[in-house]
Ligand binder design. Structure first.
Ligand SMILES: Nc1ncnc2c1ncn2[C@@H]1O[C@H](COP(=O)(O)OP(=O)(O)O)[C@@H](O)[C@H]1O
Ligand SMILES: [Mg+2]
Length: 389
């Protein structure tokens, strides 16, 4: 059975991935979207092009102008547009946390990473789930990492001597997204970490802080670091909670998932106590619940969404992620909607993207609040300081 599973996996991959086995991105943007992504008007871009501050955009044979991902980077550099944090600030580390499987953690991690990259942020994704679906969506095949010494599993395991976190970081098809992929060895790391319980004290504390320590060595190099946690709570999950500086909790608008979030909240609270009792206090800059799959026409889901609003109030993102065939189809092809062409009508595809954009836009507001150089409070503070000076 194992063999036939492996054969089938290889067949699926040979169909889905390009023959050279690397995903290639060929994203292009019209002037309107390009301007939106860099935060300028199309007129401002056209003016800069006319004045020679920007290279003229590429043109299709029909005369339509377009920009590539690299062009967006050049525009930002040429016009001094800087989306992310100041150099001396730390990356915001977001755990897409929920202890249940199938609630949309990996889907959100992948889509949010792509969204951030499109908007000019430098992103590191750390896949802490041995199931490795996020890793696969970034076109790294976890099985190929099995004999590799420089993996997350090796870094986390107290039995391993590998301790250069930076070496576990790989490239993706996106120039500004890097990934620390998951591998099958991550499960072994969980066991090794759990074994520190026998030693107690310092060993447990170090076991809980491994990921936090690894991230601290690269925390200035990225704007946002996204953690995709394992679905069960153990040492890996505690490492994720200890390393994060913000939580994004996906909850689908389904009765059972909603009810299990009560349990989730209890577990989070207990885990924070465990971390604190072991010398690893956490302090999250924000916690947000995101409704991760909502079908307004489905009986009960509308009531569920209202209940979520009543329960979580300001902790709930104001827009739910709509359940969408576009998302389902894209992820089945190991891609995000941002990397895919419409699978049905263009209007459906655009609705899906607009919905994701508005949800992620809200999270970005939370992210920016964490950087004094970007937050409203920080800017107000600066004015006060300079006035005083
Ligand atoms: N908004 C959505 N619309 C449609 N399908 C979705 C949506 N979010 C997630 N899915 C699908 O649900 C399944 C589980 O999602 P996944 O992100 O892998 O969950 P988790 O990482 O929490 O286990 C996937 O097949 C994914 O395509
Ligand atoms: Mg997952």
């Amino acid at each position: 059975m194992t063999r036939s599973c492996e054969e089938m996996r290889d067949r699926v991959k040979s169909i889905v991935f390009k023959p050279e086995d690397r995903k290639t991105l060929d994203l292009t943007f019209g002037p309107g979207i390009a301007a939106d992504l860099v935060g300028r008007t199309p007129e401002a871009l056209a003016k800069a092009e006319k004045e020679g501050r920007l290279a003229a955009p590429k043109q299709l044979s029909n005369g339509r102008r377009y920009y590539t991902l690299e062009d967006l980077t050049h525009i930002r550099e040429a016009l001094g547009i800087h989306a992310g944090k100041a150099p001396d600030e730390d990356a915001v580390i977001i755990a897409v946390q929920n202890f249940k499987g199938g609630v949309g953690k990996s889907t959100i991690t992948k889509h949010f990473a792509d969204y951030l990259a499109l908007h000019g942020y430098r992103v590191l994704v750390i896949d802490c789930d041995p199931q490795a679906s996020t890793t696969t969506m970034f076109d790294i095949q976890p099985e190929t990492l099995i004999d590799d010494e420089e993996t997350l599993g090796q870094f986390l395991s107290p039995r391993s001597t590998f301790d250069n976190f930076r070496q576990a970081i790989r490239d993706t098809a996106w120039p500004t997204i890097k990934i620390v992929p998951s591998s099958l060895g991550l499960q072994d790391a969980e066991w090794d970490l759990t074994a520190t319980l026998r030693e107690g004290g310092q060993a447990v504390r170090e076991g809980l802080q491994r990921l936090r320590i690894g991230i601290s060595s690269i925390v200035k190099d990225y704007d946002v670091i996204l953690l995709d946690p394992p679905p069960a709570m153990g040492f890996l999950g505690l490492n994720v909670m200890a390393a994060a500086t913000g939580l994004l909790v996906p909850v689908p608008a389904r009765q059972l998932d909603y009810l299990s979030t009560i349990h989730f909240m209890d577990t989070i609270a207990e885990n924070i106590e465990v971390l604190e009792a072991n010398g690893t206090p956490v302090d999250y800059g924000f916690i947000r619940i995101v409704c991760s799959a909502y079908t307004p026409s489905k009986p009960g889901e509308n009531d569920m969404w209202k209940m979520m609003q009543a329960t979580y109030a300001n902790f709930l993102l104001s827009q739910p992620i709509l359940a969408s065939e576009e998302i389902k189809n894209a992820t089945q092809a190991f891609r995000s909607v941002y990397e895919s062409k419409p699978s049905a009508s263009h209007a459906t595809y655009q609705r899906c993207r607009d919905n994701l954009d508005s949800v992620f836009g809200e999270v970005v507001q939370q992210v920016r609040q964490q950087w004094p150089s970007k937050s409203i409070a920080g800017r107000a503070g600066e004015t006060v300081t300079s006035a005083a000076a």
